[in-house]
Design a protein around this ligand. Structure first.
Ligand SMILES: *Cc1c(COP(=O)(O)O)cnc(C)c1O
Length: 432
């Protein structure tokens, strides 16, 4: 038909799709299929996927068991859309989630299915916290990312996104995250003082919202001690603790919830990204039963509880969360990954690269966005899809599927290693 729309041609995207597209620019090919940790473009060129849909594909692309359950569900004319009507698929998901995830951890929560995106769930969490406490303000942290709809944007730190709001993103106060002033400075002391001082100018908030490992903000991992202090401050001041586990949850750091290592007991937990297992959109709020002050339909939405996504979400729980195998493998693979990244960093000493993160949520801090950009572009040319994060896009974010096999993992790491060295070399060339 159109001559321009041949294999891998971006003509149609450049011509018809809005400027707002972003990943299509970073990875300028046309992808046509994917299995596990391998993406394939229209020329049949393969890429190792260390992006995993920004944390959506923890179990890799097109898991055959999830696909099979979805196909069966289609074939038996299962309910695809039912607003928030009671369906067999939703009942099964809630029962499994309660039995496999919540009860073994001694947790009791009610389920709220908002619209299907992460931002939808964050909006609902903030609204509920305000309704429960009668307070208006929310405390969020430097480099926090919680979505780009207006309410979620108000608790998101990044100026690039905030400047695009068109309205002032109001209702939040930002406090320094763990490590913001160096490892020796406990930033909860500052927060404690601001809350205790009736003249600090900081209103008592309805909630504190945080990520235990900041994803978009640069792979900053909070310590157990810091998280515990935040929880204590919440309890002391009647503030609700919201853990945004959209990116760090669903096994990414090893345990199902990212806060388990810190023994936190959040009042509200927000999940999305990998919750459906298959990449289908689904989000969920878990709220302590006493917080369930909603009146029927008070917070609604057309696409609440995507039934097909619930079917694949149940399949993911059954396949990966009825035993410890996945958790153990994440810890093991995470160690291999971080060890190799440390070697890469050390073998390029002029550039002061450093590694951080938890489990299989790791970052290679390159110091500048320029160097990180060069490495990521070179890696893509060689067959690795990986993105950047952090205030200056200076951190390479590694989120391979948790289920990646040893061979694909090595292939991806070899490409990255090679790209770091090639880019560091050319960096030296530029500076000379
Ligand atoms: C991706 C993300 C969101 C927003 O989810 P969307 O589906 O993009 O709206 C919120 N919080 C965190 C931690 C995220 O990683």
């Amino acid at each position: 038909m159109l001559k321009e729309s041949g294999s891998n041609s971006l003509f149609t995207f450049e011509n018809l799709e809005s400027n707002v597209r972003s990943y299509a620019r970073t990875f300028p090919v046309v992808f046509r299929k994917a299995v596990g940790a391998i993406l394939e473009d229209e020329n049949g060129f393969e890429f190792v996927d260390f992006l995993s849909g920004a944390g959506v594909l923890n179990y890799g692309h097109n898991d055959p068991d999830f696909i099979n359950d979805a196909m069966q569900y289609f074939k038996k004319n299962g309910i695809i859309h039912g607003l928030d009507m009671a369906t067999s698929a939703k009942r099964e998901f809630m029962e499994y989630f309660d039995a496999i995830i919540l009860r073994p951890r001694g947790l009791t929560f009610k389920f709220q299915f908002p619209g299907p995106t992460g931002a939808n769930a964050v909006e609902a969490a903030l609204k509920l916290a305000r309704k429960v406490t009668g307070r208006h303000s929310i405390i969020s942290f430097t480099n926090g990312f919680h979505g780009v709809s207006l309410g979620a944007l108000a608790v998101t730190g990044n100026r690039y996104y905030r400047d695009a709001a068109g309205l002032p993103p109001v209702g939040a106060v930002f406090m320094p995250y763990d490590g913001y002033w160096g490892v020796d400075n406990d930033t909860t002391q500052y927060l404690e003082r601001m809350l205790a001082d009736a003249s600090s100018g900081v209103d008592l908030p309805a909630a504190i919202i945080l990520e235990t490992v900041q994803g978009e903000g640069g792979i900053n991992a909070a310590s157990k001690r810091w998280l515990q202090s935040i929880q204590q401050l919440c309890r002391k001041n009647g503030i609700l603790l919201i853990v945004d586990d959209i990116q760090a949850g669903c096994g990414r750091t090893g345990s199902f919830f990212s806060f388990e290592f810190a023994d936190l007991s959040p009042d509200i937990i927000v999940l999305s990204k990998s919750l459906s297992g298959s990449g289908l959109p689904l989000s969920l709020l878990l709220l302590k039963p006493e917080l369930d002050v909603w009146r029927p339909g008070e917070h609604n939405g057309t696409f609440r509880g995507n039934n097909l996504a619930l079917v694949t979400g149940t399949a993911a729980l059954q396949k990966y969360w009825t035993n410890e195998k996945l958790s153990e493998s994440v810890t093991k693979t995470g160690r291999i990954l971080s060890e190799r990244l440390r070697q890469v960093a050390q073998s390029s000493p002029d550039h002061g690269l450093s590694v951080r993160g938890r489990g299989m949520m790791l970052g290679l801090d390159c110091g500048t966005g320029k160097l990180a950009g060069r490495i990521v572009r070179k890696a893509f040319e060689d067959g690795l899809v990986v993105e950047r994060c952090g205030a200056e896009d200076q951190v390479i974010k590694l989120l391979p599927p948790l289920t990646i096999d040893g061979q694909a993992l090595q292939r991806g790491l070899d490409i990255l290693d090679n790209s770091v060295h090639a880019s560091a070399e050319s960096d030296r060339g530029y500076d000379a």
